[in-house]
Design a protein around this ligand. Structure first.
Ligand code: HEM
Length: 485
């Protein structure tokens, strides 16, 4: 043993330990754990209590949904900043069919195809689809800022009129409609509302998302209803096939240029279109549904003094850019950038990551090394890793808006994991890091910029929503100086 109580071999390296923890009795314990996860303890407590019980941040546990949807709920959980990145290393873990975890939704929900998120980088289609997405995003890069500003400034105008009428305005509802329009406009230059979808897109999208994610959510209904309805068997895909077809029709018509590119990359038009639909509606729209309320809530709670600092920084950078919001102006906004990263650190919109051990291996936490066998499922609950006090210190659980500012602050960026990779690394066709990484951070910053070009400060009520945070504006103070175009 050394000073920290860890066993070392004669050569001085750490001797691997068995991963502590227990799966309990087959079936019964998995169901009992599921109830703990959803109803008795809640997500954070579920993981934290097991870390505490076994005195280890690498621990064997069951994860939901368990029976009957997942064949095997047993995982090795990595719950600290040091062990978590094993999930990013595709030489060590296989990422096939585990985007949603220990269960996989039926491929009838995605046109019969296994779409990119479910493919391992070793599969040739992964490279082609990811390349298609990189090309699409690159080809539309000049559309993002103007599209965001136009859609979200109308959103804020609606917020103001709702505040006048009733003293409150639900951001989530407005964001759902606005983000859907924004993405369609930004990616394809075609407003979904101007297609046959009309204004039904967001509702159809939400229904289709629920058919894939219901095993992992609670709607706040009594357990006795939710357990059989949401957590035991899959909802039958035919109930959403009409909605999916309507969404597909929009993509097939709106994404002609991207589909031509796809054919050039060796993809069939229909497989490419199902992939574009998934990347746009599940990855992007699903992401923004959670991301933007999450950022807004953190900024709202950070208070007027912090708002003042953001106002000063944002308006100065925009003024320097001749009154325009440009990429260069955004790059100069150190505090705004930091605040968005801090929100992503505290509330990563995608909280669970999985990977199957490709071979016997060792995983290192801050305190020990653990032996894992080939074929075991590794699982990370990201909030535990990105709120690790061994990296972020005593304020690890608090929103510190300027945490990433300056040379010292930016050293911490490598511990921000929301994109399924370090914030200091880049997505590629060879890894599983989110190809929307730069766009997501951009959109987060644009929301903050839009807010503080328009307002000196604002107030909001923050609560919990199905997939994340619920935010209701309760007041805005219109800008008194220096508002841009
Ligand atoms: C993968 C998060 C937005 C497309 C991922 C993964 C995460 C993630 C955690 C890895 C999942 C895993 O394999 O375990 C997010 C969040 C977003 C967001 C939080 C927004 C807030 C986007 C956008 C796109 C996108 C805008 C648009 C292209 C994808 C795709 C994958 C992926 C295609 C699979 C990557 C691969 O197979 O290599 N995302 N994402 N995501 N994301 Fe995003």
């Amino acid at each position: 043993m050394n000073q920290s109580g860890m066993a070392r071999s004669d050569e001085g390296s750490l001797v691997p330990r068995e991963v502590p923890g227990s799966y309990g009795l087959p079936f019964v314990s998995a169901i009992r754990d599921r109830l703990d996860f959803y109803y008795f303890q809640g997500q954070d407590k579920y993981f934290e209590s097991r870390v505490e019980k076994y005195g280890s941040t690498v621990v064997r546990i069951n994860v939901p949904p368990g029976p009957f949807m997942a064949r095997d709920p047993r995982v090795v959980a990595v719950l600290d900043a040091k062990s978590f990145p094993v999930l990013f290393d595709v030489t060590k873990v296989e990422k096939k069919n585990l985007f949603t975890g220990t269960y996989m939704p039926s491929t009838s929900l995605t046109g019969g195809f296994r779409v990119c998120s479910y493919l391992d980088p070793s599969e040739p289609t992964h490279t082609k689809v990811k390349q298609l997405l990189f090309s699409l995003l690159a080809s539309r890069k000049d559309a993002f800022i103007p599209a965001f500003r136009s859609h979200f400034s109308s959103l804020l105008a609606t917020v103001e009129s709702q505040l006048l009428l009733s003293g409150k305005s639900n951001f989530n509802t407005l964001n759902d409609a606005t983000s859907f329009e924004f993405i369609g406009d930004a990616y394809f230059g075609v407003l979904p509302s101007a297609s046959d979808l009309g204004t039904t897109g967001p509702a159809k999208a939400a229904k289709w998302l629920i058919f894939q994610l219901h095993p992992l959510v609670t709607l706040g209904l009594p357990m006795i209803l939710e357990e059989p309805l949401l957590h035991t068997v899959h909802l039958p895909p035919f109930l959403v096939s009409g909605d999916y077809k309507a969404l597909y029709k929009y993509f097939f018509a709106a994404a002609t240029k991207a589909l031509d590119t796809a054919e050039g990359l060796g993809l069939k038009r229909d497989e490419a279109c199902h992939n574009l639909l998934f990347a746009t509606v599940f990855n992007s729209y699903g992401g923004l549904k959670v991301l933007l309320p999450g950022i807004l809530a953190r900024i709202a709670d950070s208070g007027e003094k912090f708002h003042k600092k953001l106002v000063t920084e944002i308006r100065a950078a925009v003024a320097e850019a001749g009154g325009k919001v440009t990429i260069e102006a955004l790059e100069k906004m150190e505090l705004t950038k930091s605040a968005v990263w801090e929100a992503l650190r505290l509330d990563p919109p995608v909280k669970f990551q999985y990977g199957r051990a490709k071979a016997d291996m060792n995983i290192e936490s801050h305190d020990a090394v653990f032996a894992v066998k080939k074929g075991e499922m590794l699982f990370g609950y990201q909030p535990c890793a990105t709120k690790d006090p061994r990296v972020f210190g005593p304020t690890a659980r608090e929103f510190v808006g300027d945490r990433f500012v300056g040379k010292e602050g930016s050293k911490l960026l490598k511990y921000v994991y929301w994109s399924n990779g370090r914030e200091t690394e880049s997505p590629s066709v060879h890894n599983k890091q989110c190809p929307g990484k730069n766009l997501v951070v951009l959109v987060g910053r644009l929301l903050v910029v839009e807010l503080f070009l328009r307002y000196d400060t604002f107030t909001a009520k923050v609560g919990l929503d199905l997939l994340g945070t619920k935010v209701e504006f309760t007041g805005v103070t219109k800008a008194t100086s220096g508002v841009a175009d």
